[in-house]
Structures are given as C-alpha cells and as structure tokens.
Design a protein around this ligand. Structure first.
Ligand code: PMP
Length: 406
C-alpha cells in the first residue's frame, strides 16, 4: 500500500489497527492509544457510537447503496432537509458527494457556472488566502496556500488563482480592497475556512475578518464560499464557525464530522439564488457533476444518526468544557523551550513550536506515551472527540508536555 503524505522509503511503517472504541485505538499488538485527533477531525462522538452503528446496520439491511442519478431515497432527503434547517437561513440546496476535496470542487464549479448561466463570462477566478487548505485534487490545490498546501511542486499544472493575505488589520484590509478594485470583475467567489485555517497550520482569525469578507463580497457582487469541512459541527464551539461572525455564505461545504467519523460523505450547500441560476430550459445550464457514490444511503444514515446525537446530547457544552481544559492544561507549554505560541478555540488546542527538527522521533515518543497525535509542520495539536473525558484529555496534554520537556 501507498500511505498518504508519506515518504515510503524512510517513514516508520504504519501501525496496524484492529479496533476502535470511544476515544481509543487498539493496535494489533494489543497496545491502546488515546486518539487526540479524532481520526482527522471526524469522530466527534467518539468511535463506534451505538446510535450511529445501529442506524448504519439498519440501513445496510435495507439498501447499502443505490445510484443517485434519477433516483432518490429517504436517508438523503431527510439529511438534506435537516442540514437546511440547521444551517443559517437561505442555505437550503444540498448537493452530496463523497469527500471534502470533491465537495470543494463542486462549490467552485457552482460558483463559476452561476455566473456563466447568467451570461457573465469573465468571472472564473477565485480569491483564497495564505494559510488556506481546501483539498488535494487539482482544482482545490490551486486555492491552497502554495507554501503550506503541500502542493508546491505542482505549480506548473495548476490554474493560477489569487492567493492573498487575509484582511486582518488596517494594512492587509487596505491591500485586500486595492486588490478587489483591480481584479474583482474576473473573480467568481472568495473561499475561506472560517475562523480556523486547519491543515495550513491551525491558524486562527477573528470574526471581524469574516465580516470584512462578507461585506467585500457584497460590495463587489462576488460569491462567498465557506469551507467548514474542518470547522463545521461544533469544532470551534458553535455548530458552524460562520455563526460566530453572523455571516451567511452563499455556498457552504461540509464533510469530516458530517457522519460522526463513520462513512465518507460530503455536502455542498447553496443558497436558493445560486440554485435558481441553474434552472433553465437550456440543458447546458444544469450542474454537470455526479459522483458514483453520492448520497450513499449508509453514509446518509450515519449522518442522520450523528445529527440525532447533536440534538439529544450536550455536545456544545462538552466542547466548552474541553476548551477550558485545553486552555488551562496547554498554557504551561508556553514556558517550555522552543514554544512559539499556544492557542485554543473550541475543541482545538495548538502548541506551535519554532520548528520540529525530527518529526519521526517526536511521533515515536508520542506513541510510546500512549497517545495518537499527528503533529505537522511546526505544530502539535489536539482535536479530540467531544465525548472525551477529562482523564484522557489530561493524558494527552501531559504527553505533549513531556515530549517538549528537555
Ligand atoms: N477542506 C478542508 C478545510 C479540510 O480540512 C480538508 C481535509 N483536511 C479538505 C477540504 C479536503 O477534504 P478530503 O480530505 O475529505 O478530501
């Protein structure tokens, strides 16, 4: 097998896993690791939640999959209407796909074709931001930070997009405004990970930035796409990060925790006005996209069960408690050598170092102390399941402290 993001010649072999349960990963040799990253930010209710498992088992007996072209089914219809109810008003047309990158690609196509269908031909570029990460496919690589996005060597292949500074302060806001004056009429949409740029380095920005983007999009008539693949479903302390800024995007993208970490599923959700621009007597005005496994019934059943859990269990209160625990526990890291910054938002805790010299050795030490973390670039971070108890959280924090202590 070919492992992701891995230099296969030099990397340690991957650890064989035989079981997951709650916040634990059990390895083939019997060792148990506390999962501090909830399987790439997906398993927000912990692993193997019985309510999700039951829903998937029931669905498996009825219909594991059926194509979505020309057919539909209740798990998808119910999920679409629940998402529309949950999301800020106006976001109510749901297109399902099977991964975050693909769902972002769909958002990009929706945005460009929105303008084309309205007879406006010039708007086919995107504004994205330094520090951004939106996926690994060709189209999404082009809107990642070229340095942080792990895609630098593909520069010659990628369409050239506008990757600029976030409008954080007076200078960057002025530069953003100047940029828009020059280029807005060739831009289809602005795309942003609201409040936290995740895979680009767990970089936080204030809700003001989001408000500036919405205001600029309105002023120049651009669409605003919020990629909430990481931030959605409670991770930042509210159900969707754009709520903190009271900003409603034109298109939102969700995946990761959508199924509570059970199945591959993603959704691109558009405001009705976007959808309406595709309604036409011209067949070419249709959205030409249709992943084979889109709206997979098992995945939709898992997502519906995950939404039940958000409704009936105190997830956001749990996130608030985790946030306090992370803030208190990680604060002491500030005094450790080479620590540049410690930051916490919702159930995200980040220790930023000046640099990590020997990543492999660091990973080995973390595993030896019984935790599963995925440090990258110069950061060690925690994104635990919202159901994680204090003991496990403290064990994760103490593992981080111990690897940073000389
Ligand atoms: N957008 C964001 C914000 C992400 O964090 C990720 C995945 N890390 C993606 C898009 C891509 O999702 P996937 O890996 O499911 O293609």
């Amino acid at each position: 097998m070919w492992q992701p993001y891995t230099q296969m010649k030099t990397a340690d072999p991957p650890l064989p896993v035989v079981r997951t349960d709650g916040t634990r990963i059990t390895l083939a040799d019997g060792r148990e690791l506390i999962d501090g990253v909830a399987s790439w930010w997906t398993a927000c209710h912990g692993y193997n939640h019985p309510h999700i498992r039951d829903a998937v088992e029931r669905q498996l007996g009825l219909m594991p999959h059926v194509m979505f072209g020309g057919l539909t089914h209740e798990p998808a219809a119910v999920l679409a209407s629940r998402l529309a109810n949950l999301l800020p008003a106006g976001l109510d047309k749901v297109f399902f796909s099977d991964s975050g990158s693909v769902a972002v690609e769909v958002a990009l196509k929706m945005a460009v074709q929105y303008w084309l269908n309205r007879g406006i031909r010039k708007r086919h570029k995107f504004i994205a931001f330094k520090g951004a990460y939106h996926g690994d496919t060709i189209g999404t690589m082009a809107i990642c930070d070229p340095d942080e996005g792990m895609h630098r060597m593909f520069a010659g292949l990628l369409p050239v997009q506008h990757i600029i500074d976030l409008p954080r302060d007076e200078n960057t806001t002025a530069a953003f405004e100047q940029f828009l004056q020059r280029h807005a009429d060739e831009v289809a949409a602005i795309i942003i990970e609201p409040l936290v740029q995740g895979a680009g380095g767990m970089l936080f920005h204030s809700p003001d930035v989001m408000r500036r983007l919405r205001a600029a999009a309105d002023r120049y008539g651009l669409l605003l796409i919020c990629d909430e693949i990481f931030t959605g479903f409670g991770r930042t302390g509210v159900m969707f990060a754009c709520e903190t800024a009271a900003v409603v995007p034109d298109i939102m993208v969700l995946s990761k925790a959508l199924t509570g970490g059970t199945m591959a599923l993603a959704a691109t959700i558009a405001r009705r006005e976007i959808f309406d621009a595709f309604q036409s007597d011209d067949p070419q005005h249709a959205l030409m996209h249709g992943p084979t496994y889109m709206a997979n019934p098992l995945a939709c059943a898992a997502a519906n069960a995950s939404l039940d859990l958000f409704a009936r269990e105190p997830r956001l209160a749990q996130v608030a408690a985790i946030s306090k625990c992370l803030a208190a526990g990680l604060a002491e890291c500030r005094n450790l050598p080479r620590v540049k910054d410690v930051r916490v938002m919702g159930a995200i805790g980040v220790v930023e170092l000046e640099r990590i010299d020997d990543m492999q050795a660091l990973k080995r030490r973390l595993i030896a102390s019984g935790v599963w973390l995925r440090p990258f670039n110069n950061i060690i971070y925690l994104t635990p399941a919202f159901t994680m108890g204090e003991d496990d959280l403290l064990a994760l924090i103490s593992a981080i402290k111990s690897v940073l202590t000389p």
